[in-house]
Write a protein that binds this ligand. Structure first.
Ligand code: KG4
Ligand code: ZN
Length: 367
Protein backbone atom coordinates (compact mmCIF):
# COMPACT_ATOMS: atom_id res chain seq x y z
CA UNK A 1 0.00 0.00 0.00
CA UNK A 2 1.42 3.38 -0.88
CA UNK A 3 0.56 7.03 -0.96
CA UNK A 4 0.56 9.59 -3.66
CA UNK A 5 -1.23 8.48 -6.84
CA UNK A 6 -4.40 10.48 -6.47
CA UNK A 7 -5.25 13.94 -5.40
CA UNK A 8 -7.93 13.74 -2.70
CA UNK A 9 -9.86 16.72 -4.01
CA UNK A 10 -10.57 15.52 -7.55
CA UNK A 11 -13.46 13.60 -9.06
CA UNK A 12 -12.50 10.01 -9.72
CA UNK A 13 -13.80 7.34 -12.09
CA UNK A 14 -13.05 3.83 -10.89
CA UNK A 15 -13.59 0.48 -12.61
CA UNK A 16 -14.37 -2.28 -10.08
CA UNK A 17 -14.14 -6.04 -10.66
CA UNK A 18 -15.62 -8.74 -8.42
CA UNK A 19 -15.03 -12.49 -8.77
CA UNK A 20 -14.55 -13.75 -5.21
CA UNK A 21 -17.43 -16.23 -5.07
CA UNK A 22 -20.28 -17.09 -7.43
CA UNK A 23 -21.04 -13.77 -9.13
CA UNK A 24 -18.88 -12.21 -11.81
CA UNK A 25 -19.29 -8.45 -11.89
CA UNK A 26 -17.85 -5.23 -13.32
CA UNK A 27 -18.91 -1.67 -12.59
CA UNK A 28 -17.84 1.94 -13.04
CA UNK A 29 -18.43 4.40 -10.22
CA UNK A 30 -17.91 8.13 -10.15
CA UNK A 31 -16.80 9.63 -6.84
CA UNK A 32 -17.06 13.40 -6.73
CA UNK A 33 -14.48 15.55 -5.00
CA UNK A 34 -17.05 16.12 -2.24
CA UNK A 35 -17.29 12.38 -1.59
CA UNK A 36 -20.60 11.66 -3.33
CA UNK A 37 -20.93 8.49 -5.36
CA UNK A 38 -22.77 7.71 -8.57
CA UNK A 39 -22.98 4.34 -10.29
CA UNK A 40 -22.37 4.73 -14.03
CA UNK A 41 -22.67 1.03 -14.78
CA UNK A 42 -23.09 -2.14 -12.75
CA UNK A 43 -23.16 -5.43 -14.63
CA UNK A 44 -23.35 -8.80 -12.97
CA UNK A 45 -23.63 -12.40 -14.03
CA UNK A 46 -24.57 -15.00 -11.48
CA UNK A 47 -23.42 -18.60 -11.70
CA UNK A 48 -26.32 -20.13 -9.80
CA UNK A 49 -27.40 -22.30 -12.74
CA UNK A 50 -23.95 -23.88 -12.96
CA UNK A 51 -23.79 -24.65 -9.22
CA UNK A 52 -27.42 -25.65 -8.67
CA UNK A 53 -26.97 -29.38 -9.56
CA UNK A 54 -24.38 -29.59 -6.74
CA UNK A 55 -26.47 -27.76 -4.12
CA UNK A 56 -23.67 -25.26 -3.39
CA UNK A 57 -20.77 -23.34 -4.91
CA UNK A 58 -18.10 -25.58 -6.52
CA UNK A 59 -14.80 -23.60 -6.52
CA UNK A 60 -13.42 -25.06 -9.79
CA UNK A 61 -16.65 -24.37 -11.67
CA UNK A 62 -16.74 -20.86 -10.21
CA UNK A 63 -13.17 -20.03 -11.31
CA UNK A 64 -13.78 -21.29 -14.85
CA UNK A 65 -17.03 -19.35 -15.15
CA UNK A 66 -15.28 -16.12 -14.03
CA UNK A 67 -12.56 -16.62 -16.68
CA UNK A 68 -15.20 -17.13 -19.35
CA UNK A 69 -17.08 -13.89 -18.81
CA UNK A 70 -15.11 -11.27 -16.85
CA UNK A 71 -13.61 -9.66 -19.97
CA UNK A 72 -17.03 -9.46 -21.66
CA UNK A 73 -18.64 -7.97 -18.55
CA UNK A 74 -15.80 -5.47 -18.19
CA UNK A 75 -16.29 -4.26 -21.76
CA UNK A 76 -20.04 -4.05 -21.13
CA UNK A 77 -19.52 -1.98 -17.95
CA UNK A 78 -17.18 0.40 -19.76
CA UNK A 79 -19.55 0.77 -22.72
CA UNK A 80 -22.55 1.43 -20.46
CA UNK A 81 -20.55 4.03 -18.52
CA UNK A 82 -19.58 5.61 -21.84
CA UNK A 83 -15.86 5.84 -21.14
CA UNK A 84 -12.55 4.46 -22.44
CA UNK A 85 -9.96 2.79 -20.19
CA UNK A 86 -7.78 5.88 -20.62
CA UNK A 87 -10.49 7.95 -18.91
CA UNK A 88 -10.37 5.93 -15.69
CA UNK A 89 -8.73 7.25 -12.54
CA UNK A 90 -7.99 3.76 -11.20
CA UNK A 91 -8.86 0.07 -11.41
CA UNK A 92 -10.03 -1.88 -8.34
CA UNK A 93 -10.46 -5.64 -7.94
CA UNK A 94 -11.42 -7.85 -5.01
CA UNK A 95 -8.27 -9.39 -3.51
CA UNK A 96 -10.00 -11.34 -0.72
CA UNK A 97 -11.43 -12.95 1.28
CA UNK A 98 -13.00 -15.51 -1.04
CA UNK A 99 -12.31 -18.49 -3.30
CA UNK A 100 -8.70 -18.40 -4.51
CA UNK A 101 -9.40 -19.25 -8.17
CA UNK A 102 -11.92 -16.46 -8.66
CA UNK A 103 -9.82 -13.95 -6.71
CA UNK A 104 -6.87 -14.60 -9.03
CA UNK A 105 -9.07 -14.16 -12.13
CA UNK A 106 -10.35 -10.79 -10.88
CA UNK A 107 -6.94 -9.60 -9.71
CA UNK A 108 -5.06 -10.57 -12.88
CA UNK A 109 -7.69 -8.89 -15.05
CA UNK A 110 -7.67 -5.71 -12.95
CA UNK A 111 -3.89 -5.54 -12.81
CA UNK A 112 -3.56 -6.08 -16.57
CA UNK A 113 -5.93 -3.18 -17.30
CA UNK A 114 -4.16 -0.96 -14.75
CA UNK A 115 -0.74 -1.83 -16.20
CA UNK A 116 -1.76 -1.42 -19.84
CA UNK A 117 -3.29 2.00 -19.21
CA UNK A 118 -0.87 3.21 -16.51
CA UNK A 119 -3.56 3.58 -13.84
CA UNK A 120 -3.29 3.09 -10.08
CA UNK A 121 -4.47 -0.33 -8.91
CA UNK A 122 -6.47 -1.05 -5.75
CA UNK A 123 -6.63 -4.53 -4.18
CA UNK A 124 -9.98 -4.33 -2.41
CA UNK A 125 -11.12 -6.15 0.72
CA UNK A 126 -14.51 -7.67 -0.14
CA UNK A 127 -15.93 -7.10 3.35
CA UNK A 128 -14.70 -3.52 3.42
CA UNK A 129 -16.63 -3.02 0.19
CA UNK A 130 -19.83 -4.36 1.79
CA UNK A 131 -19.10 -2.18 4.84
CA UNK A 132 -18.71 1.04 2.85
CA UNK A 133 -21.66 0.54 0.46
CA UNK A 134 -23.90 2.91 2.46
CA UNK A 135 -21.44 5.70 1.68
CA UNK A 136 -22.18 5.15 -2.00
CA UNK A 137 -25.94 4.69 -1.66
CA UNK A 138 -26.74 7.21 1.08
CA UNK A 139 -23.61 9.24 1.62
CA UNK A 140 -23.42 7.93 5.20
CA UNK A 141 -20.04 8.63 6.80
CA UNK A 142 -18.44 6.66 9.68
CA UNK A 143 -18.60 6.05 12.57
CA UNK A 144 -21.41 3.52 12.50
CA UNK A 145 -22.24 0.08 13.84
CA UNK A 146 -22.23 -2.55 11.10
CA UNK A 147 -23.96 -5.92 10.99
CA UNK A 148 -22.30 -7.81 8.15
CA UNK A 149 -24.23 -10.92 7.19
CA UNK A 150 -23.23 -12.90 4.11
CA UNK A 151 -22.62 -16.44 2.92
CA UNK A 152 -19.18 -16.63 4.50
CA UNK A 153 -19.28 -14.03 7.29
CA UNK A 154 -21.36 -12.88 10.22
CA UNK A 155 -19.82 -10.01 12.13
CA UNK A 156 -20.67 -6.98 14.19
CA UNK A 157 -18.14 -4.19 13.71
CA UNK A 158 -17.66 -0.55 14.48
CA UNK A 159 -16.66 1.21 11.26
CA UNK A 160 -14.46 4.04 12.51
CA UNK A 161 -13.36 5.09 9.02
CA UNK A 162 -12.03 3.72 5.74
CA UNK A 163 -9.56 0.96 6.71
CA UNK A 164 -10.41 1.25 10.42
CA UNK A 165 -12.67 -1.51 11.71
CA UNK A 166 -13.19 -2.81 15.23
CA UNK A 167 -14.78 -6.22 15.43
CA UNK A 168 -17.16 -6.66 18.35
CA UNK A 169 -18.60 -10.04 17.47
CA UNK A 170 -18.37 -12.89 14.99
CA UNK A 171 -19.78 -16.37 14.51
CA UNK A 172 -18.18 -19.27 16.33
CA UNK A 173 -19.36 -21.72 13.67
CA UNK A 174 -21.59 -21.18 10.60
CA UNK A 175 -22.19 -17.84 8.90
CA UNK A 176 -25.81 -16.71 8.76
CA UNK A 177 -26.03 -17.03 4.95
CA UNK A 178 -24.60 -20.54 5.28
CA UNK A 179 -27.31 -21.37 7.85
CA UNK A 180 -29.97 -20.16 5.38
CA UNK A 181 -28.39 -22.21 2.59
CA UNK A 182 -28.16 -25.37 4.70
CA UNK A 183 -31.72 -24.94 5.96
CA UNK A 184 -32.93 -24.63 2.37
CA UNK A 185 -31.08 -27.81 1.45
CA UNK A 186 -32.53 -29.72 4.43
CA UNK A 187 -36.02 -28.57 3.50
CA UNK A 188 -35.55 -29.32 -0.21
CA UNK A 189 -36.08 -25.68 -1.14
CA UNK A 190 -33.21 -25.39 -3.62
CA UNK A 191 -30.25 -23.08 -4.18
CA UNK A 192 -29.46 -20.27 -3.41
CA UNK A 193 -31.01 -20.92 -0.04
CA UNK A 194 -31.64 -17.49 1.47
CA UNK A 195 -34.28 -16.24 -0.97
CA UNK A 196 -35.86 -19.75 -1.07
CA UNK A 197 -36.23 -19.91 2.72
CA UNK A 198 -37.62 -16.37 2.76
CA UNK A 199 -40.19 -17.22 0.08
CA UNK A 200 -41.30 -20.44 1.84
CA UNK A 201 -41.48 -18.77 5.26
CA UNK A 202 -44.09 -16.27 4.03
CA UNK A 203 -46.78 -18.97 4.05
CA UNK A 204 -45.50 -20.69 7.21
CA UNK A 205 -46.61 -20.78 10.85
CA UNK A 206 -43.56 -19.87 12.95
CA UNK A 207 -45.12 -21.20 16.17
CA UNK A 208 -45.58 -24.81 15.06
CA UNK A 209 -41.95 -25.77 15.68
CA UNK A 210 -39.85 -24.57 18.60
CA UNK A 211 -36.26 -23.92 17.61
CA UNK A 212 -33.34 -22.84 19.87
CA UNK A 213 -31.91 -19.31 20.07
CA UNK A 214 -28.13 -19.93 20.41
CA UNK A 215 -26.01 -17.36 22.32
CA UNK A 216 -29.00 -15.32 23.47
CA UNK A 217 -28.04 -13.07 26.41
CA UNK A 218 -24.28 -13.70 26.13
CA UNK A 219 -22.12 -10.75 27.13
CA UNK A 220 -20.02 -10.68 23.97
CA UNK A 221 -22.04 -10.19 20.79
CA UNK A 222 -20.94 -13.41 19.07
CA UNK A 223 -23.20 -15.68 17.04
CA UNK A 224 -23.66 -19.41 16.62
CA UNK A 225 -25.91 -21.10 14.08
CA UNK A 226 -24.74 -24.74 14.00
CA UNK A 227 -27.17 -25.81 16.75
CA UNK A 228 -30.04 -24.12 14.96
CA UNK A 229 -29.23 -26.03 11.79
CA UNK A 230 -29.23 -29.33 13.75
CA UNK A 231 -32.60 -28.41 15.27
CA UNK A 232 -33.96 -27.71 11.76
CA UNK A 233 -32.79 -31.15 10.66
CA UNK A 234 -34.49 -32.80 13.69
CA UNK A 235 -37.75 -30.96 13.03
CA UNK A 236 -37.63 -32.02 9.37
CA UNK A 237 -36.97 -35.65 10.36
CA UNK A 238 -39.86 -35.60 12.83
CA UNK A 239 -42.44 -34.86 10.16
CA UNK A 240 -40.79 -36.54 7.14
CA UNK A 241 -41.82 -36.88 4.36
CA UNK A 242 -42.11 -33.09 4.24
CA UNK A 243 -45.13 -31.42 2.68
CA UNK A 244 -44.84 -27.88 1.31
CA UNK A 245 -46.64 -26.66 4.44
CA UNK A 246 -44.20 -28.50 6.74
CA UNK A 247 -41.26 -26.89 4.92
CA UNK A 248 -42.93 -23.47 5.12
CA UNK A 249 -43.58 -23.85 8.87
CA UNK A 250 -39.99 -24.91 9.59
CA UNK A 251 -38.65 -22.08 7.39
CA UNK A 252 -40.81 -19.58 9.31
CA UNK A 253 -39.63 -20.98 12.66
CA UNK A 254 -36.03 -20.76 11.46
CA UNK A 255 -36.43 -17.11 10.43
CA UNK A 256 -38.10 -16.28 13.77
CA UNK A 257 -35.20 -17.87 15.69
CA UNK A 258 -32.63 -16.07 13.52
CA UNK A 259 -34.36 -12.74 14.06
CA UNK A 260 -34.42 -13.17 17.84
CA UNK A 261 -30.70 -14.02 17.85
CA UNK A 262 -29.73 -11.16 15.57
CA UNK A 263 -31.81 -8.64 17.52
CA UNK A 264 -30.29 -9.74 20.84
CA UNK A 265 -26.70 -9.73 19.52
CA UNK A 266 -27.15 -6.33 17.85
CA UNK A 267 -28.64 -4.87 21.03
CA UNK A 268 -25.55 -6.00 22.92
CA UNK A 269 -23.27 -4.58 20.22
CA UNK A 270 -25.12 -1.25 20.45
CA UNK A 271 -24.27 -1.06 24.16
CA UNK A 272 -20.61 -1.78 23.43
CA UNK A 273 -20.50 0.70 20.54
CA UNK A 274 -21.98 3.40 22.78
CA UNK A 275 -19.25 2.72 25.36
CA UNK A 276 -16.51 2.89 22.69
CA UNK A 277 -17.81 5.92 20.77
CA UNK A 278 -19.24 7.89 23.69
CA UNK A 279 -22.80 9.04 24.38
CA UNK A 280 -22.83 11.87 21.85
CA UNK A 281 -21.82 9.74 18.84
CA UNK A 282 -24.44 9.42 16.10
CA UNK A 283 -26.50 6.24 16.37
CA UNK A 284 -26.45 4.48 13.02
CA UNK A 285 -26.95 0.76 12.50
CA UNK A 286 -25.95 -0.44 9.04
CA UNK A 287 -26.80 -3.89 7.73
CA UNK A 288 -24.85 -5.21 4.73
CA UNK A 289 -24.04 -8.45 2.90
CA UNK A 290 -26.26 -10.86 0.98
CA UNK A 291 -28.51 -11.77 3.94
CA UNK A 292 -29.35 -8.07 4.39
CA UNK A 293 -31.78 -8.62 1.49
CA UNK A 294 -34.05 -10.56 3.88
CA UNK A 295 -37.21 -8.53 4.58
CA UNK A 296 -37.96 -10.23 7.91
CA UNK A 297 -34.47 -9.47 9.14
CA UNK A 298 -34.74 -5.88 8.00
CA UNK A 299 -38.00 -5.36 9.83
CA UNK A 300 -36.62 -6.98 13.02
CA UNK A 301 -33.65 -4.61 12.84
CA UNK A 302 -35.89 -1.66 12.07
CA UNK A 303 -37.91 -2.20 15.24
CA UNK A 304 -34.75 -2.72 17.33
CA UNK A 305 -33.26 0.48 15.90
CA UNK A 306 -36.44 2.43 16.68
CA UNK A 307 -36.47 1.13 20.28
CA UNK A 308 -32.85 2.19 20.82
CA UNK A 309 -32.93 5.54 19.05
CA UNK A 310 -30.87 4.33 16.08
CA UNK A 311 -31.35 4.95 12.39
CA UNK A 312 -31.24 1.77 10.31
CA UNK A 313 -29.44 1.90 6.97
CA UNK A 314 -29.60 -0.91 4.45
CA UNK A 315 -28.41 -0.79 0.85
CA UNK A 316 -31.02 -1.41 -1.83
CA UNK A 317 -31.49 -5.17 -2.39
CA UNK A 318 -29.44 -5.17 -5.63
CA UNK A 319 -26.43 -3.82 -3.74
CA UNK A 320 -26.75 -6.15 -0.70
CA UNK A 321 -25.37 -9.22 -2.44
CA UNK A 322 -22.05 -9.34 -4.23
CA UNK A 323 -21.60 -6.69 -6.91
CA UNK A 324 -18.79 -4.66 -8.45
CA UNK A 325 -20.17 -1.17 -7.74
CA UNK A 326 -19.22 -1.69 -4.08
CA UNK A 327 -15.70 -2.76 -5.13
CA UNK A 328 -15.28 0.30 -7.33
CA UNK A 329 -16.59 2.51 -4.51
CA UNK A 330 -14.25 1.02 -1.88
CA UNK A 331 -11.42 1.54 -4.37
CA UNK A 332 -12.47 5.15 -4.94
CA UNK A 333 -12.64 5.80 -1.19
CA UNK A 334 -9.12 4.47 -0.72
CA UNK A 335 -7.86 6.35 -3.76
CA UNK A 336 -9.27 9.57 -2.28
CA UNK A 337 -7.06 8.96 0.75
CA UNK A 338 -4.06 8.74 -1.57
CA UNK A 339 -3.82 4.97 -1.31
CA UNK A 340 -3.08 2.40 -4.00
CA UNK A 341 -1.58 -1.10 -4.12
CA UNK A 342 1.39 -2.59 -5.97
CA UNK A 343 0.81 -4.80 -9.01
CA UNK A 344 2.21 -7.77 -7.10
CA UNK A 345 -0.55 -7.55 -4.45
CA UNK A 346 -1.59 -11.14 -3.84
CA UNK A 347 -4.95 -12.87 -3.50
CA UNK A 348 -5.90 -13.38 0.14
CA UNK A 349 -8.51 -16.15 0.58
CA UNK A 350 -8.56 -15.43 4.33
CA UNK A 351 -8.26 -11.80 5.32
CA UNK A 352 -9.77 -10.47 8.58
CA UNK A 353 -11.12 -6.91 8.51
CA UNK A 354 -9.96 -6.27 12.06
CA UNK A 355 -6.45 -7.70 12.39
CA UNK A 356 -6.44 -7.07 16.16
CA UNK A 357 -9.68 -8.91 16.93
CA UNK A 358 -9.28 -11.59 19.58
CA UNK A 359 -10.56 -15.03 18.59
CA UNK A 360 -14.13 -15.76 19.68
CA UNK A 361 -14.77 -18.66 22.04
CA UNK A 362 -15.42 -22.02 20.40
CA UNK A 363 -13.82 -23.93 17.59
CA UNK A 364 -13.77 -23.16 13.90
CA UNK A 365 -13.96 -19.40 14.30
CA UNK A 366 -14.30 -17.56 11.01
CA UNK A 367 -12.04 -14.58 10.49
O1 KG4 B 1 -22.75 -11.22 0.24
P1 KG4 B 1 -23.17 -12.38 -0.58
O2 KG4 B 1 -23.84 -12.14 -1.90
O3 KG4 B 1 -21.95 -13.32 -0.87
C1 KG4 B 1 -20.95 -13.55 0.07
O4 KG4 B 1 -20.00 -12.74 0.11
O5 KG4 B 1 -21.12 -14.53 0.84
O6 KG4 B 1 -24.13 -13.30 0.34
C2 KG4 B 1 -24.68 -14.50 -0.14
C3 KG4 B 1 -25.54 -15.10 0.95
C4 KG4 B 1 -26.04 -16.51 0.60
O7 KG4 B 1 -25.82 -17.36 1.71
C5 KG4 B 1 -27.52 -16.30 0.36
O8 KG4 B 1 -28.32 -17.45 0.64
C6 KG4 B 1 -27.84 -15.14 1.31
O9 KG4 B 1 -26.72 -14.29 1.18
N1 KG4 B 1 -29.07 -14.44 0.94
C7 KG4 B 1 -30.17 -14.38 1.73
C8 KG4 B 1 -31.15 -13.69 0.98
N2 KG4 B 1 -30.61 -13.33 -0.22
C9 KG4 B 1 -29.33 -13.82 -0.24
N3 KG4 B 1 -30.39 -14.85 2.96
C10 KG4 B 1 -31.62 -14.64 3.50
N4 KG4 B 1 -32.62 -14.00 2.84
C11 KG4 B 1 -32.43 -13.50 1.59
N5 KG4 B 1 -33.42 -12.88 0.96
ZN1 ZN C 1 -20.22 -10.65 -0.19
Amino acid sequence: MKNGHASPDRDSLVLGLEASCDETAAAVVLRSAGGHGRILSNVIRTQWEQHRPFGGVVPEIAARAHVECLDVLTREAMREAGIEFGGLSAVAATAGPGLIGGLIVGLVTGKAIALAHAKPFLAVHHLEAHALTVGLTEGLAPPYLLLLVSGGHTQLLIVHGVGRYERLGTTIDDALGEAFDKTAKLLGLGFPGGPAVERAARSGDASRFELPRPMLGRKEPHFSFAGLKTAVRRAAEQVAPLTDQDAADIAAAFEAAVNDCVRDRCARAMELAEQRLGPSAPRHLVVAGGVAANEQLRSALLSLAAERGYELHAPPIALCGDNAAMIAWAGAERLALGLSDPLDASARPRWPLDLDAAPAIGAGVKA
